[in-house]
Write a protein that binds this ligand. Structure first.
Ligand SMILES: [Fe+2]
Length: 288
């Protein structure tokens, strides 16, 4: 059911575990305070929002993101960034030109993760603008981390209360090593940021599970095998169907998600079907 937030902005919840469409926003133009407020309100309520039928330049996309926070700009190591691209804009693509990737992630699976969680200051919002979308494949799944935390058993809540975990930096979301890191042999000493397993959203005040990247974490205070068992139980719970919603992309979508409230993953792509997304990432805060 659509809910009208103002004279021309309305939010249409997906009906699933998270996600909503926000109507009446043109992201290429400067936002009114009312539109900015509506976007934040919808993001805190639904975790992920979609703005359909957008046409936007890289510079406008950067200006849109800067309305909400500073943006991450970090050196790309997986592919050669095209000349002229602003430092804040990253390409996510499976397209090869002369045999070389023009963007990150390729056609493989991107396992569950939270953007930039391997840094001390991870992402707040991620913005993904769909320029080329294949007719099948490449949907993005989202898990509602608030609902997953709320529904944890008392036993699991107790086991993670006050604990921190390592958010590994050695591996990319598709499982490959990120240069210059080497394979991690002891997860308890692996490289990456250390964040609370349960974090409190700085604006909504809600508690959420915050686990980083599936398969590479470590929870302090436990031997590695016990941490692995605990993390497996938490991940199984977190990405079980009642907490997950899937976005089907259309060209012109700008999808915005709040990494403090949702984790995300992408299935495999047919390498012969081109997909091209332009991404910017908002600078968050140290998780507490
Ligand atoms: Fe991601």
């Amino acid at each position: 059911m659509s809910v009208t937030l103002s004279s021309n902005i309305a939010v249409v919840p997906s009906g699933g575990a998270c996600g909503a469409e926000l109507k009446g926003i043109d992201a290429s133009r400067p936002l009114t305070p009312e539109a900015k407020g509506a976007i934040k309100q919808a993001l805190f309520a639904h975790g992920v929002i979609c703005l359909r039928n957008q046409t936007i330049t890289d510079e406008q996309l950067v200006a849109f993101g800067r309305t909400f926070s500073d943006l991450h700009a970090y050196p790309v190591t997986e592919y050669e960034k095209p000349k002229g691209l602003p430092p804040e804009v990253e390409l996510i693509s499976n397209i090869l030109v002369d045999g070389k990737p023009i963007g990150a992630l390729g056609s493989g699976e991107a396992t569950w993760h939270s953007d930039m969680s391997m840094f001390d200051i991870p992402a707040s919002f991620t913005y993904l603008y769909a320029e080329k979308v294949p007719p099948v494949g490449g949907n993005t799944r989202f898990a509602n981390l608030y609902a997953a935390y709320d529904a944890l058993s008392d036993e699991l809540k107790q086991k993670i209360e006050g604990r921190k975990s390592i958010h590994d930096i050695a591996y990319i979301a598709d499982g490959r090593l990120r240069p210059p890191y080497k394979h991690v042999t002891d997860k308890s000493k692996g490289p990456g940021a250390q964040h609370p397993v349960v974090r409190t959203h700085p604006e909504s005040g809600r508690k959420a599970l915050y686990l980083g990247r599936k398969g590479y974490g470590y929870i302090f205070g436990y031997p590695v095998p016990e941490s692995d068992v605990l993390l497996d139980a938490l991940w199984d719970h977190m990405v079980s169907p009642q907490f997950v919603w899937e976005h089907e992309w259309r060209v012109g979508d700008i999808l915005i998600w709040d990494n403090r409230g949702v984790a995300h993953a992408r299935g495999t792509l047919d390498p012969t079907l081109p997909r091209l997304m332009r991404r910017i990432v908002g600078m968050g805060e140290r998780p507490v």
